[in-house]
Design a protein around this ligand. Structure first.
Ligand code: COA
Length: 374
């Protein structure tokens, strides 16, 4: 049995930011326009007027202050309200592959490795650009990696489930190393016209290089143990799928073809599930709260993370113990905990332990216990 280790991480961050102020302005302009167009129906009580969104609400309810997106012109245009991403020809790199390659190159550079050192690519994300060929195989090709590649989707838990898959293959010896990459174009599956959730998501890509610890040439995080769990729930759902063309209502603008959630229920049901999951995982590995240096949690909601941090540590987390990045990036689905890990782990010392944990649709929860070496 080999010891798998994270030897490099990389984050691709889009150049474009949408602040809460810009977002709310655009939404309110859209709502005013919609209300004017439906004035008669609203007056007759046939439809409800759209209420304004508010910056204060967004920060208070979620902790999100801004988000990065691939395109803001479409999102902020009250006539459009979705990103405008040019349709690429089959001869060009796909959008997901392009952002993924940037994150992968950064992870390789941090580890001091090249494509020749990698045996597999797992592209793990909550939405995939096409059915096939796998986006992972395109990334593999663009990077010049031999071996094999495949896509997987466990929504917001895709990264940690991908890490478990790669770590298990490395542990058993079937491969020496793998990149797990998470290109998340959340702006394209968010309904920007829905006040309840228009502030939630942003775009990003993250990558981790996982190798045998003996192959590491610099400091690394040994993957001590991983644990994944799922429980079916409809409270976070997106019905977009290839069968939609064959349905009688065809390609109509159906709300359920984008991200849908019952945020309150998610909050209530996922919190105990995640806290218990981490506690059980740590107990089974003989790790106590006092042994933990850091928690890198899924980045959906600040209150939620504060709660989980308190439950796991048995006290309020000290500043820096449970770093949040959601104020800058918003919810980036599976990539969130990896952004936090990538940005807030370099200061850790030999022997320090931490937990990376993601959770979300499915429901799904994945935890990865790591220990710093070097
Ligand atoms: N601006 C102003 N007010 C808003 C608003 C907005 N953009 N969106 C909703 N509101 C209002 C609602 O209409 C509601 O008003 P009411 O009390 O008069 O009915 C009130 O604010 C509370 O809305 P609610 O949806 O209950 O808010 P919340 O406190 O639950 O926060 C979330 C919403 C989504 C931030 C929160 O539920 C959450 O983060 N849940 C977990 C999400 C999660 O982890 N999902 C995983 C996805 S991967």
């Amino acid at each position: 049995m080999y010891k798998p280790a994270i030897t490099g991480t990389g984050v691709f961050t889009p150049e474009t930011v949408i602040t809460n102020a810009e977002l709310v302005d655009a939404f309110n302009a859209y709502a005013d326009k919609w209300n004017a167009e439906h004035a008669e129906a609203i007056a007759a009580g046939e439809v409800e007027a759209k209420e304004h969104s508010s910056e204060d609400f967004i920060v208070k309810a979620s902790g999100i202050e801004q988000r990065y997106v691939l395109d803001k012109t479409g999102v902020l245009d009250p006539e459009v309200m979705h990103p405008l991403l040019r349709q690429r020809s089959d001869e060009e790199p796909g959008v997901m592959a392009e952002m993924a390659v940037d994150a992968c190159r950064k992870a390789l550079a941090q580890a001091g490795k090249t494509a020749a050192d990698v045996d597999a690519v797992i592209c793990a994300a909550s939405n995939l650009e096409r059915a096939y060929p796998a986006v992972a195989i395109e990334i593999q090709d663009l990077l010049g990696i031999k071996g094999f590649a495949f896509d997987m989707n466990v929504a917001c838990s895709s990264a940690t489930f991908g890490i478990q898959a790669a770590a298990d293959m490395i542990r058993s010896g079937s491969i020496r190393s793998a990149i797990v990459v998470n290109p998340e174009i959340c702006s394209a599956h968010l309904e920007w016209r829905d006040r309840d959730c228009h502030f939630i998501f942003g775009d990003v890509a993250t990558a981790v290089l996982i190798e045998r610890s003996e192959d590491a040439t610099g400091p690394y995080f040994e993957i001590k143990s991983t644990r994944c769990a799922t429980e079916f729930s409809n409270n976070i759902r997106n019905n977009n799928g290839f069968l939609r063309r064959s349905r009688p209502d065809g390609m109509k603008d159906r709300r359920d073809m984008q991200f849908m959630q019952n945020g309150r229920k998610v909050f209530k049901e996922v919190l105990p599930m995640v806290s218990q999951h981490i506690a059980d995982h740590m107990a089974d590995e003989g790790i106590e709260a006092a042994d933990l240096k850091r928690l890198w949690l899924h980045q959906a909601n600040k209150t939620m993370n504060d709660f989980i941090g308190r439950k796991v540590l048995g006290r309020d987390p000290e500043p820096g113990e449970q770093p949040n990045i959601l104020q800058d990036y918003a919810n980036t689905s599976s990539a969130g905990s990896i952004i936090a890990f990538s940005k807030y782990s370099n200061d850790m010392e030999d022997g320090d332990k931490g937990v990376i944990c993601s959770f979300g649709a499915g429901y799904s929860v994945g935890s990865v216990i790591v220990e710093r070496h070097g």
